[in-house]
Design a protein. Structure first.
Length: 370
């Protein structure tokens, strides 16, 4: 009987491989689209270039961003760093499909923290993470970041776009920002000569900025409002447009005052913790701040929130900026000069209180919020 042909060893191994090996895996199979990331880099490169300033050329694509501090001509610089996010305000952007303002918020939350220490923001880096990269949404977000950098006078010199399947729900993304500034050592704030009788000036906010949004979203849901419904605070805007008004960036106005050697002793960025927790951060233990709530009118958006949630005044002042986005501590004899400089830079400046000898709470209030 004729015997059957015996397959060669190489053929046997090939047959076994075909039967038992899975299809060759790729990163794209796992949900990560490298080409989409490359497309995004191409789109945002001109946005980054639009933020160029002395010390940075804003080219993207290296392993790290470069900045030439020597080119800025500081005499005795101290670097100051800040990082932050936008919090659950992002959920409103995601659910409403309005992505072009939260990038400004991201920059603002970092650079406003730098300027209160007397530091000029120099450069910024961002972190954008999602489960699946939506190039159009990401481009809108980073366009907002570039706009924030232009408003602050700092360069967008790099960042990270992370696509992480399984980490985020469909359509969700997260943001973080990091900024570095520099201050002359002798001009770092707060100064050590803050004293009783100094005046507290408020710079008005342009809305909620980026704090308190977990409570805001709860109240919107409680009231049954859609994001595209007319805003209960301002009917010409939708709810989403009202709530997504980007955080005001105070850098250029305050820098103008500092560079003019205005007698600013301390600065406070009114963020999470509000008046009660932020003002004491620049005060020695023996001094307090007294705030006159009658000094300004509570903006309509805060009036609506307070009414919708039956929120107590103390909770409003601890959770929201209530219309004051930044506070300055100024000697009484320099008050007129500081107010004039800031007004010339487009800020609305209001005397809202005084520094006092501390007797009890670090921050006290009089008048009525409204």
């Amino acid at each position: 009987m004729a015997s059957a042909a015996i397959p060669a060893k190489d053929q046997l191994m090939s047959d076994i491989s075909d039967k038992h090996s899975p299809k060759s895996a790729t990163y794209a199979d796992a949900g990560v689209d490298i080409e989409a990331g490359n497309t995004l880099v191409d789109r945002i490169a001109p946005l980054a270039k639009s933020t160029a300033r002395i010390g940075a050329d804003s080219d993207l694509g290296g392993f790290g961003g470069l900045f030439d501090l020597a080119a800025c001509k500081f005499d005795d610089p101290v670097l100051v760093a800040a990082n932050d996010g936008v919090g659950t305000k992002l959920k409103i952007a995601i659910e409403s499909g309005i992505h072009d303002t939260v990038g400004i918020d991201l920059v603002a939350m970092c650079v406003n923290d730098l300027i209160v220490q007397g530091a000029e923001p120099l450069f910024f880096l961002d972190y954008f993470a999602s489960g699946k990269l939506d190039v159009d949404a990401a481009t809108d977000v980073i366009a907002g970041i570039a706009e924030g950098c232009r408003q602050a006078g700092c360069a967008l010199i790099g960042g990270e776009t992370a696509e992480m399947p399984g980490m985020y729900a469909a359509g969700d993304y997260d943001l973080a920002g990091f900024s570095v500034g520099a201050a002359e050592r002798r001009k770092i704030l707060p100064r050590n000569d803050i004293g009783a009788g100094d005046i507290i000036l408020g710079l008005t906010s342009n809305g909620l900025h980026s704090n308190g949004f977990s409570l805001v979203r709860k109240l919107v849901a409680q009231e049954g409002l859609a994001w595209d419904a007319p805003s209960p605070a301002q009917g010409s805007k939708t709810v989403a447009e009202e709530l997504l008004t980007p955080t005001r960036i105070y850098v250029k106005a305050v820098l103008a005052a500092l560079n003019a050697n205005a007698p600013i002793k301390g600065l406070v960025h009114m963020t999470g913790g509000g008046f009660q927790e932020n003002l004491p951060r620049v005060l020695p233990d023996d001094l307090g701040a007294h705030i006159d709530l009658d000094a300004w009118n509570l903006p309509h958006i805060f009036q609506w929130l307070q009414s919708a949630g039956n929120i107590q005044t103390s909770e409003m002042l601890r959770t929201f900026n209530c219309g004051i986005g930044m506070a300055l501590i100024v000697s009484s004899d320099g008050l007129a000069d500081v107010m004039a400089i800031l007004a010339a830079e487009g800020e609305t400046v209001i005397p809202i209180g005084t520094i006092t000898t501390r007797d009890g709470d670090a921050v006290s209030f009089s008048g009525k919020l409204g």
